[in-house]
Ligand binder design. Structure first.
Ligand SMILES: *Cc1c(COP(=O)(O)O)cnc(C)c1O
Length: 346
């Protein structure tokens, strides 16, 4: 049983060649450690240019650390964080947000197709029993969402309006921010600080890096002493140049957007083929790089047997198929052929 170029996650792919090149470029010789190097400085400058604003930037090893540490900078231990019940901070971070905030509570809002609803933010913000309830302080949204959908700028503005009404800060989990950009075809500022985002956790791993997410504080005041949080959490890389330098390859000539657009287009191509198979049902609008599809359990089983690796995500028969920067046309053809073959044998 071989493992195919499967659809389990976009973090199953390797580094994209551009990132590898930059990494190798940064390798020879000696460099100052702990982020004082010129590679790190260069990437920070490039990210400021990309976002067209001044901001404070930090690099950490992964998304869980980025989200949890961002939230710890945004609120106190007696605060609460409003997020969708499908959000990564709630379902996939082993309580790290609660741990790093020293006990802030995640309050689960209503989502539609993975998008937190502004009315739900208001309902929650109003529902507290004052001193007896953890005071709401942050709204956390994921762009693109865990269900492969993308908030439009207008939707983010509505969230911002609701947040402002209750003096809430905004954290954005951007593990797939590039996929959202590629889908919307807008500039990065239009779905970040212009929508009131205080801190963006900008994912690099799923876009084509080996490791390393950038944390972007548009609200610079919130970054005070943040380097200490990173260090205390074991997230300050001594050889920081290797977290930072690969971003140069990613950002140059818009490679990050090309990678994301390729992943999105692959998902759309996969969806178009799956849609035609009557035994399957597409479960979510395909806007980023994932396809959510209901499959008969026997089919899921036989695909796993054939070496295709992917996850059940929605109930027992709703699977998530993820594409990435290096998903090939042949992978899609082969997968669809295996589906058709398995169904014909059923
Ligand atoms: C992958 C992912 C992360 C980061 O996960 P790590 O495994 O900690 O790097 C964060 N948010 C979302 C929505 C993700 O899909």
């Amino acid at each position: 049983m071989t493992h195919r170029n499967h659809f389990a996650s976009d973090n199953c792919s390797g580094m994209c060649p551009e990132a590898v090149q930059s990494m190798l470029h940064a390798n020879p010789g000696y460099e100052v450690s702990y982020g004082e190097d010129h590679w790190t400085a260069q990437v920070c400058e490039e990210l400021r240019a990309v976002f067209e604003t001044d901001c404070e930037i930090f690099f950490v090893f992964n998304g869980t650390a980025a989200n949890s540490l961002a939230l710890s900078a945004l609120c106190q231990s007696y605060n609460s964080i409003i997020c969708a019940d499908t959000s990564h901070v709630e379902t996939d971070e082993c309580g790290a947000p609660e741990f790093f905030t020293n006990g802030a509570k995640l309050l689960l809002g209503k989502e539609i197709d993975g998008k937190l609803q502004p009315e739900s933010i208001e309902t929650i913000a109003r529902s507290g029993r004052e001193i007896h309830f953890p005071k709401p302080r942050v709204v956390s949204v994921t762009q693109a969402t865990e269900l492969g959908t993308v908030y439009t700028p207008a939707e983010l503005h509505s969230i911002h309006a609701a947040a402002q009404k209750y003096n809430l800060r905004i954290h954005m989990d951007g593990a797939r921010f590039a996929n959202a950009l590629a889908h919307l075809n807008v500039s990065p500022k239009e779905i970040s600080w212009q929508c009131g985002v205080d801190v963006l956790c900008l994912g690099g791993t799923k876009n084509g890096l080996a490791v390393g997410d950038a944390m972007i504080f548009f609200n610079k005041a919130l970054a005070e002493d943040f380097a200490y949080r990173c260090k205390q959490a074991g997230q300050l890389a001594s050889k920081m140049r290797f977290l930072a330098a690969p971003w140069i390859g990613l950002l140059k000539n818009g490679t990050w957007l090309k990678n994301a657009a390729h992943a999105n287009q692959s998902a759309a191509a996969l969806e178009a083929r799956l849609e035609k198979i009557p035994e399957l049902k597409i479960l979510m609008p395909c806007q980023a790089n994932s396809v959510f599809v209901r499959m008969p359990p026997a089919l899921i089983h036989s695909l796993h047997e054939k070496g295709w690796h992917f996850y059940n995500f929605i109930g027992e028969d709703g699977v998530r198929l993820m594409c990435s920067w290096n998903t090939r046309e042949e992978d899609i053809e082969e997968f669809v052929a295996d589906i058709k073959y398995s169904l014909s044998k059923a």
